[in-house]
Design a protein around this ligand. Sequence first.
Ligand SMILES: Nc1nc2c(c(=O)[nH]1)N[C@H]1C(S)=C(S)[C@@H](COP(=O)(O)OP(=O)(O)OC[C@H]3O[C@@H](n4cnc5c(=O)[nH]c(N)nc54)[C@H](O)[C@@H]3O)O[C@H]1N2
Ligand SMILES: Nc1nc2c(c(=O)[nH]1)N[C@H]1C(S)=C(S)[C@@H](COP(=O)(O)OP(=O)(O)OC[C@H]3O[C@@H](n4cnc5c(=O)[nH]c(N)nc54)[C@H](O)[C@@H]3O)O[C@H]1N2
Ligand code: SF4
Ligand SMILES: [Mo]
Length: 728
Amino acid sequence: MEKKIVPGICRNCLAYCPILVTVEGGRAVHVTGDPEAPAFDGYSCPKGRALPAQHNDPARLTHCLQRQSDGRFTLIDASLVMDQVAAKVQKVLALHGPRAIAMYRGSGQVSHPSSAPIMGAWLRAIGSRMNFSAASIDKPAEYTSVAMHGNWHAGLQTFETSDTWIMVGANPVIAKSNGGPLNNPGTRLKEAQQRGMQLIVIDPRRTETAKRAAVHLQLRPGTDAVLLAGLIHIILADGLQDSDFVAANAVGLDALRKEVSPYTPEFVSAVSDVPMHQLLTAARMYGRGKRGGVVCSTGPSFSTHSNLTYYLALCLNTLCGRWAREGDIAPNPNVLLPAFQPRAQPFAPYPVVSDRPMRVHGLMENASGVPTAALADEILLDGEGQIKVLLCLGGNPVLAWPDQKKTEAALSKLELLVVLDYRMTATAQFAHYVVPPPLSLELPGTTQMVESLKYYGVSRGYSMPWAQYTPAIADVPVGSDLIEDGAFFFGLAQRMGLQLDWINQRGQGPNLEGPSQTIPLDMSHVPTPEEMIDLACNDARVPLGEVKSHAHGKVYELDVRVLPREPECSAMLQLADPMMLQELRDLHPASAQWKSDSEYPFMLVCRRANNFMNSVGAGLFDLDRGRTHTPAYMHPQDLEAIGISEGALIEVRSRHGVMMARVEADDSLRVGLVSVVHGFGGSSTHAGPDDELHLGSVTRLVGMDERDPISGIPRMSALPIAVKAAVI
Ligand SMILES: Nc1nc2c(c(=O)[nH]1)N[C@H]1C(S)=C(S)[C@@H](COP(=O)(O)OP(=O)(O)OC[C@H]3O[C@@H](n4cnc5c(=O)[nH]c(N)nc54)[C@H](O)[C@@H]3O)O[C@H]1N2
Ligand SMILES: Nc1nc2c(c(=O)[nH]1)N[C@H]1C(S)=C(S)[C@@H](COP(=O)(O)OP(=O)(O)OC[C@H]3O[C@@H](n4cnc5c(=O)[nH]c(N)nc54)[C@H](O)[C@@H]3O)O[C@H]1N2
Ligand code: SF4
Ligand SMILES: [Mo]
């Protein structure tokens, strides 16, 4: 059998690591990091190395499935699914109008970036705005904070050029999250330390990243906004702000100064439970540094006051002038995105909330989109505008949306649920049709999606002009009838007689690097994945053909410098957004009364695991080693205090619900915390109601009672809980 080793791109998470794939008879059999790829030093993680197991998994779906009235699934041709779904959508549209049709895009869209634009085009063509995505239950404050504060045309100073860096609730060594370098974060952190960077990590757990920090502020979860207000207080009190930068580029300093004045080191130390000397050290370290950045990730996003925390992080960047300056090498001048000339000037703030209301929870469409946390209730609430059809692309709502029971009730109520996924997930169990796509190694791809992350928040994507293209490397399974995610929506459009327009977006909200591009698609033939890549890269700075000629990828020497502010630019960054300052004012008396809850004495905190990508990996022996339970981590001192031993099954109860997990000792946590990985567990359809697997999803603990007023994201970390040994 012919055996070859070819370079490719792992697309299981947004690091998009370059890999070497051993292919035998058209099948991927082995994956390693690619040592020839510059900038990644041969890095790969267990999820990447498990690509062959994922692709060759006997449980992988190779044909579409249709659910029968008795609940069984039977095989059906992909073309028939498109016929039937198109007909049903037409019917619902005619009866109830476009708002009845919704989409949900989960993190699976990362594997094949051409799918979401076609899906979006289809939804636009039928006139529905119900385009939900995982982003609004992930880090919606990335979007809302930028809308309120403004952004910077040239981006944040890069990690690689910084001498100080603050990470708030981010663990890039494991999660390759925004907040740190995506390319081999462990090695990049080591190099940064060697050149003298002082890393400050704000996290209730001494994470793999915090272990490398100069200062680790192991705060009480949920107190991030208080802590950041305290750092600003110290920086302003010590006069460490960059007054020239602020005067030239921002407004609202005096109002911000006034509102942070009660956040004294004494007060903040008492609320956050971080020693005062550490607060002073961290603030002065950051304030005295020359270059750096403050970035937040899921920890503070899932806790309360997420907009304020992210907003204050942006304010810290602005106060210390940590945006790329005139003359700097442009951090990310685009390779496969169109050329643009970064300038040392702001993108203006814009309205964070639209005038388009949702039907539930008093929420509105907002800078982070339509709120996914409200989607189950939108489906459940009868009446005008009710959602009747949901098309779910690469998502697993049963294990990801808040309130699992409600999610299951909502999915059961839909007139049509189509799940595009390659596995029979907890969510697919509820589908009328399950539509499996080819997987990443069977499709061509580029790194363009990672570049475009910079449009969604700050400090995201690669900080160097890195680009790679990969052709399809492996064959689809023999005898399969798969349909590529984008082609499925194209097929629906053809059957419905719709014209689709492909849009290449060039920024967030109204802040664009250049005009967005709209390309009407030729509806007479289904575009191939290669043609979709050509569409996305048609106006790339570096022509796709050039990128293709470097099979192992390339860091381009573009030598683009940041130019000065344009004379006609009048945009200013906003340090005193009224909504944020009001929240800061209200937070002070509320946090002063901080006390633990006697009924729910522990706090749940979020966490990511190296072997799993959200719900992907569970059920794949290479990654879970046969372990099916949900791990929950607790400090050994807590285990001893409540008399539970490692490996025991515990019942975790919040005000909202209950879950089961197996406990593991972890002395990197603060005492009083239970840290649980999300994405585990099952649905009620394929397990008994008291089954450990069924009860294993952390989403069972999350309700909508405590939710962010703008984005709707509910409290999913820093959540009060009670823990006891489970009785089985
Ligand atoms: N309580 C709680 N809730 C959370 C979180 C938490 O930590 N705690 N985390 C939140 C976060 S950050 C996120 S991002 C969301 C995640 O929410 P989701 O994205 O809804 O959940 P995932 O488990 O990532 O689901 C991704 C799905 O995509 C499928 N997939 C992978 N590749 C492809 C592909 O190429 N095509 C198709 N069609 N499917 C594919 C996978 O099989 C998987 O089922 O959950 C959020 N919810
Ligand atoms: N291996 C792996 N990588 C992944 C994923 C995965 O599932 N596995 N998921 C991907 C996805 S969808 C995302 S969104 C990213 C997420 O990437 P990250 O946001 O970096 O995710 P975590 O590693 O969970 O880091 C969150 C940290 O927040 C801390 N934390 C919890 N509560 C609080 C709080 O109240 N305040 C503060 N300051 N910290 C708190 C936790 O202890 C944890 O260390 O990772 C992506 N990459
Ligand atoms: S970090 Fe792991 S899963 Fe993510 S792209 Fe790299 S190898 Fe793949
Ligand atoms: Mo996420």
